[in-house]
Design a protein around this ligand. Sequence first.
Ligand code: HPA
Ligand code: MG
Length: 269
Amino acid sequence: MGDPTDLKSVKSSAIVIPDDFRPYPPGSFCLPSFYAKDVESVLIPEGLLRDRIKALAREIHAKYASTDEEPAPLVLVCVLKSSFKFFCALQLELELLNTEQSQLIAPPVSGAPYHNNGGQGNGTAIPSAGARLLPLLCEFIRVKSYVNTNSATENEVKIQGLADPVEAFAQKDVLIVEDIIDSGRTMQALLRNLQQYNMKSVRVVSMLWKRLIQGNSVSSFRPHFHGFEIPDRFVIGFGMDYNERYRDLNHLCIINAAGIARYATNQPS
Ligand code: HPA
Ligand code: MG
């Protein structure tokens, strides 16, 4: 295959939220009361996030699944902590696509016990006709950035949390699952780091792609799959934090000045 990190030809079905989009008033939604006063607005309600994740799962499944008798697995890599909710939702939708395309295991023969049969089961789960299936492997990593002292321009990252990265990645299709890409520098450094593992392919799915306006240029890295393109605002909720808070806020929201002040880490004492 060609260079899987070459993104020029990537077509996206992402929902684009324009800069002049007026987010929703928080009073129109159910949110935890202890967070309501810190929310300026709801940018993407949870239901819309989940619907779009379902569609993303279909795109991903269509790209990787196969009709082979022993389909090759896809390694889903959850980049902790912020992508945990997106990862769970996406993994579940992919799992459902596989389940829906597999026939019921045959019910036990009348009267025969369905257990204690020497581990043989009572039937064979077979794929439905023409089923395209995609077994999933799940890995969980943390990425620590540091500035490479040998290079003035490129940051490097360290991957933490894998007992054996070669076993996890070598000769496999790998999909990095991220919550948000803004500058893309960390992701580019992560992809550079992963190159040593001789993967079959590596791609990135991000729930959000932030349109960072730096001077006249927008963010340089575009994920292979993404759910939403969003304006350059600080967002919280659906796993995403501000100083570790708000990960358990259900909707994707824009934080207000009160929230920023409440959980600022370097408050004067
Ligand atoms: N919110 C939370 N974490 C982030 C954001 C954001 O808007 N952008 C990059 N990391
Ligand atoms: Mg992230």
